[in-house]
Design a protein around this ligand. Structure first.
Ligand code: BYC
Length: 334
């Protein structure tokens, strides 16, 4: 089961802090004032334990998502249709590895080691984004992941560039620039297939969009009234918008982009609402979402097994690097 968050405390404990001393209450009041004033919190600043744990939970899940997110696309590197597409895909997957590393480094500033985070991932205690538990069945999935999955990621992540924890905010600035390139290359790949492709290629794009649409809008997380972490994370400026607000912004942007591409979004209830100045959309299958994050998605076991194998296969590299560092340190000391 891949269901537990990156915390050592139980959920109730996480949400109801223990009795605190007068000093601690004062520190917390000062911390809240800084948050209210829109100040950034740095790694060495005092912070409530729950704030620290919430950040470790979110940042480590985010880092794992980047690393696991390399797998569905890695599957297509050797089958890219042209050298140009192969080079783009290689660069994109490599960027995602880099994003994972910035994020692990940001989480480490909060006192959790990379080994602890990897252990939580490999033993199924940590979550990663639901979206990466779906299979990539055709080349059009590469373009669709860029367009929809990276598009959803940007919508969610741009506000994090202004989140209250400075090391996370700084990491997100570079990540968002690269994600923006990822989204555009996906859109451009799909546009090429839709404007210059054969009927079979156009059908392949539509099929990919049909399969990725609903999982993409699930990426924003459960509806606000079923999101246990949102209220506190928004209070602390970790989240700037709620899950439903970001989902709505994404749907509105995607509807216009789908028109340019000439694809149909697979939701018969998708319709412009003049009064709300937004698109209404059909009911999301939340049972599917909860099943996927509980470990029962189409590819959960395969993804986790691939990560564990990569870790085990890399043991000799870690040992060699450690031995080299030790030798280097001994030489320096001598
Ligand atoms: N998948 O109270 P809630 C990317 C969990 S993109 C799995 O609303 P929160 C990439 C949630 O963790 C993807 N689990 O939580 C793109 C919580 O469980 P725990 C990564 C999910 O934290 C392209 C429970 O459900 N992006 O990296 O307030 C290529 C209740 O939810 C999901 C980020 O991580 C989900 N979709 O809000 C390569 C962005 N949604 O922890 C890579 C940063 C919810 O209590 N993260 N859950 O056991 C965030 O913005 C927030 O953490 C979320 C969830 C909006 C995702």
């Amino acid at each position: 089961m891949y269901t537990q968050a990156m915390d050592t405390m139980g959920k109730d404990e996480m949400r109801q802090p223990a009795v605190r001393s007068a000093d601690e209450l004062q520190l917390e009041a000062r911390f809240n004032e800084r948050i209210d004033a829109g100040e950034f919190i740095e790694a060495k600043d005092w912070m409530p334990e729950h704030y620290r744990k919430t950040l470790v939970r979110q940042i480590s899940q985010h880092a794992h998502s980047e690393i696991v997110g390399m797998l569905p696309e890695g599957n297509w590197i050797s089958r890219a249709p042209t050298l140009k597409r192969k080079a783009i895909l290689l660069a994109k997957v490599q960027d995602e590895g880099g994003h994972g590393l910035y994020l692990y480094a940001a989480a480490e500033t909060l006192g959790t080691s990379r080994d602890q985070m990897f252990d939580a991932l490999h033993t199924g205690r940590a979550k990663y984004s639901s979206i990466f538990n779906y299979p990539t069945l055709s080349w059009a999935d590469m373009g669709t992941i860029g367009w929809l999955v990276d598009g959803a990621a940007i919508m969610n992540q741009v506000p994090i560039c202004r989140c209250s924890y400075a090391p996370y905010a700084r990491a997100m600035i570079r990540i968002c620039r690269e994600e923006s390139f990822h989204q555009r290359q996906g859109f451009e790949a799909l546009l090429t297939m839709m404007t210059k492709g054969t009927p079979a290629q156009k059908a392949m794009v539509q099929d990919a969009v049909n399969r990725w649409w609903w999982p993409s809008i699930m990426m924003f997380g459960p509806p606000d009234d079923q999101s246990p972490n949102s209220a506190q994370s928004m209070r602390w400026g970790i989240k700037k918008f709620s899950n439903d607000e970001l989902r709505q912004k994404f749907v509105d942007a995607a509807v216009d982009q789908a028109k340019v591409l000439g694809v149909t979004l697979p939701d018969p209830e998708l319709k412009w609402n003049e009064a709300r100045q937004s698109n209404d959309f059909g009911a999301i299958d939340w049972a599917e979402f909860w099943a996927v994050i509980a470990g029962d998605g189409p590819c959960n076991k395969e993804r986790l097994a691939a990560r564990v194998k990569a870790w085990d296969d890399g043991a000799w590299v870690r040992e060699a690097a450690t031995a080299h560092a030790r030798k280097h340190a001994m030489k320096e000391a001598a």
